[in-house]
Structures are given as structure tokens and as C-alpha cells.
Design a protein around this ligand. Sequence first.
Ligand code: O2Y
Ligand code: MN
Length: 602
Amino acid sequence: MAPSQPIAPTKNSKLLAWVKEIETLCQPDQICWIDGSEAEKRRLEKRGIARGQMIPLDPEKLPGCFYSRSNRSDVARTENLTFICTRKKEDAGPTNNWMDPREAYAKSEEVLKGAMKGHTMYIVPFSMGPVGSPFSKIGVEITDSIYVVLNMRIMARIGRKVLDLLGDDGDFTKCLHSKAECDISHRMILHFPEDNAIVSTGSAYGGNALLGKKCLALRIGSWHARQENWLAEHMLILGIEKDGQTRYVTAAFPSACGKTNLAMLIPPEGLKHKGYKIWTVGDDIAWLRVGADGRLWAVNPEAGFFGVAPGTNSRTNPNAIKTIQKNTIFTNVLLGDDLTVWWEDGEGAPPASGTTWDGKPWKPGFSDENGKPLLGAHPNSRFTAPAGQCPTISPKWEDPQGVPISAIIFGGRRERVAPLVFETFDWDHGVYVGATVASERTAAAEGKVGEVRRDPMAMLPFCGYNMADYFAHWLQMGARIPKPPKIFHVNWFRKDEKGKFLWPGYGENLRVLEWILSRCEGDGKAAKTPIGFVPTKDALDTTGLSLPAGAMEKLLEVRAEDWASELDGHKAFFEKFGPRLSQRMWKQYEALKDRLKTAVAA
Ligand code: O2Y
Ligand code: MN
């Protein structure tokens, strides 16, 4: 059947030519240009329901919310099938999977030939960042998935207003997505930074399919950022208000280290008397540029949260629970027979009965074939919710100029080596600390529990080019920022010898942020150690916090012997990059080694 061709709502010749090319390749039954209107949203929801792809939830308890279940082999980003397709392999670097662009285009074309027969091809113009902001970038996602369109509607600004801004000759990132039966043998997430293009096939889930997020805002974004002298980072953005003044920080942690929880932090009881207010600007991605005032400014390029559901409850993240009460899409959680949703370590009592993420009947207490509790929700199940619904959303979250950043915070999950917090000596040292971020694997992650995974700036799976060049880019950015933010490292996960967490985390983390901000103001007590400035044991305000005796000392301790073996890990990681790694990074390594040697000798 010849596709029913609506009149294209644009004269942009690059876009029209590309749409024609993809139509010829994928052979959809219909083409639908997404305008972003409410009426269109309702039409799409109806269509999704009719096709069994979306289930409307209880309109009283969860108004405007939908449930969706993905293919059981399609439940997370697939890093092993994610490729950077630069003409030269070295430009992708040793930490990325690489594919020759010619091979990548040929392979994906094989899968895409006729892939949309019987389906509608949706054309979704979107802006990452507020429409028209100097920070923002335009993309157009062509997809055959209603689920993707409805999720993109929450996660980005989409539709007519973006096409208008694109105009007749504006440029955009080509983002082509096809479910291709969600077949893992068809799955490839391909990035062509030299062509400003992304092709994703064989998955309809999260980071693999919502192409504005990890693919554009981080992998392609980081490539643009290097060329245009800005930073595209895997960072939350948070505002901390006190005495009428709000200061902003960004923080980069590897996946599953609680970025969404920190971004929505609630001040602890013990600090209530100080009148702090926390403002959420973003929970996952930050785009940073040097402002006319010489400071670094940040924008959250996203418009929603794609948060992990299990573990989200009123104790861990009350603001997230409030955010997801309406207009939210729940993916792969437990679906109650009463049309509510639930997940492990979640909120309230589970429903009396329901269906698991993978379609099995479920009741509280049911066991799986190994006698273990039958999981209602997949561990990577998600909610997609509009950022504007968050009770702590910052009044500046859509400011086209962004917010000024006082501090950049890196962190990882380390049981022993890293203290609760330390301040780096200067920009280059901060870049070194970011470049050597590592996390120990948890039971939920792939691989051996406890194994240390280096995750520089939490960007390992998301940097769109050779990470040696990425570190060099960070280093050279230092010279471009007349008033650079200070750089810190935190570790909420230090344990005692019995394996118990030493720090309570969650809202109490504000005590650490308070110290960080005081250091940015030139205050805050600290001791100089080989790894940086560490708070003295009375430097954090612990009013109302009852830590066991000696816990603060253990949290802040820097053991030179532990760092000596850590240093071997830094070296082994840096050696992967060969001569492409900046000598300035090696200089930092040598300086740390010397400082540690002196400390051990003393
Ligand atoms: O598994 C996925 O597709 C989602 S992964 C994700 C989602 C939201 C924010 N961050 C992440 C991540 O892996 O860092
Ligand atoms: Mn993330």
C-alpha cells in the first residue's frame, strides 16, 4: 500500500530529503508528523491502547498514567551493541565499541529495509534544552513506536514549535529508530558523530530508543561540545537556597549511585533550623557553557525524568513519589489487577494480585522456580514523568541562560578507599579526580560483585569519542573559564569493617553539600592530605545526626597505603590510551604518587 502522505509541515530541505529517504527504505504504511498538541497526545494514547502497547491506569488514583511492558529481552541499555562509528577507529578510542561507518550503514539498512511495513512512521522534531536557548540542540527522531513518541513527549520539547525554530535551513541531528521486532539479533545503537546522525534498531527501551537522551544529549552532544568549547556531561544539577541566595552544583555519579535521589533531596531534620530549600534543575544530564561573566553555566537538556522505579519510595525520594502521581508512563513494573502499579522496595502495600513485568500472575508471597520471591518489577523498571511536576523543580529549570555553577562534584561507590568528601587542589587535579572515578559493582550490576569499574566523569558508556581527547578537552576548558567552579569528590558508600555503611546518605548528604559550598566561599575547615582537602572531623554540621563513635573519623580517613594500590588502577586505566593521553594527566598522576610517598614515609 502506498503511504498516505500528509502535507509536510516544513520546508526544511535537509529534513524533507531525509524523510523521503527513510520512507523509501522503511516502507511505512503511513507517515505522521508530530505537532506536540494535546489532541495528538490523546490520539496516540488511544492508538497505543488499541494495539495493546499501553494500558491506562486507574484514572482516580493515577490520572493520565499508563503502563507499558517491553519485550523481555529488551529491558536495559545494551552497551555491547552500542557503537561509535567514526571513520578512524582511534577517534572512538579504547573505551568504546567501534564500527566502520560504511559497515554500520550497510548493516542497519539490511534491518531497516521494509521494517515499517504495516506500521506508521512518526516524525518527532525535538529540542534538547529549552526551545531557542543558546545551549539547545535540535534533533528529529523518526520512529515506528508510539511508546517512543509518548516518552519523547515527556523527556524533550517536541513538535511544531521546534519545526518553526528549525526553519527552512536549520541543522539537526538525524535520529532514526525502528523497533525491528525488538529482536536482539537486529539490535544496534549506532552513532555517527561525523554525520550528526544516530541509527537505533531492534530495541524499544529507554536509552536505546529515546534517542534524545543518552545518544544525542551525551554521545553526539559530547562530540559537539568538544568542537564548540562546551561540556556535555552525565550530571545532575541542584540549587541550594539559604538566606535568599541560591547556589548551584552539578554532580556526576556512575549509573545506580542515586543521582535522582540527590537531585530531589529533602533537607534533614537537624538542618531545618537553617532554612535550606533545595531546587531540582536536572537529575541526569547537564550541558555547561562559559557565561559572559566568566562563570560556568548549566542547562538540563531534558524535560522529564526517566527514573528507576525499584527502591523509590517516600523514605528514599518523597519528591519522586509526588512527581509520578499523574501523567507518568510506568515501564516494566508490577501491574496490579486494580490498575495501580507497584515495585519492590516501593511505596505502600502491594496490590492483592497483579501481573509481573514479564506477564506472570503475581500475588504477595509468590515464589519463582528457585523458591526466591517472584519479582513483580524488573530491577531496571522505570517511570517517565514530566520534570515540571516535581515539587522541588527550580523556578530556573527552563531558564534559557541556565544556572551558574559553584561546584562540580564527582563520586563513585567505594567501600573503602575514598573518604566521604574531598576538595581537589585546582582544575587540573579536579579533572584527574574526575577521570579516575570508579565504582564497585553491586549485586544488581553485571559482572563480579565488588569489582572496580573505572567510569571517568561517569561518562564511560556515554562519551562519543576517544576519552583521551575528552580529558584533553576538559583540561583545555579550564583555561577558558575565568571563574571556574571548584571540583570535589564524594563517596556516600564507605563501609566499616563489619560491612555496614558509615554514612546515612539521602537527605543527610546536604551536610556534605553545605561544607562544599562553604569551601567555595573560602570558608569551611579542612586538612590538606595527599589526595586533596578533607574536612576536619568537626567541619561538617552534624546537628541532630547521631553517628556511632568514631564513624566521622573513619568516614574522613585517608589511608596512604590504600591509595597506593588505587594508584596502580589509575595507571593501568591511563595506559589504555597510549600516547594520546595528555601529559598533563600523567603529571597529575606523578604528583599524587609523590604526595602519597611522602605521606607513607612520614
Ligand atoms: O536502561 C536504560 O535504558 C536506562 S539507563 C538510564 C536511565 C536514566 C538515567 N540514567 C541512566 C543511566 O544508565 O545512566
Ligand atoms: Mn544516567
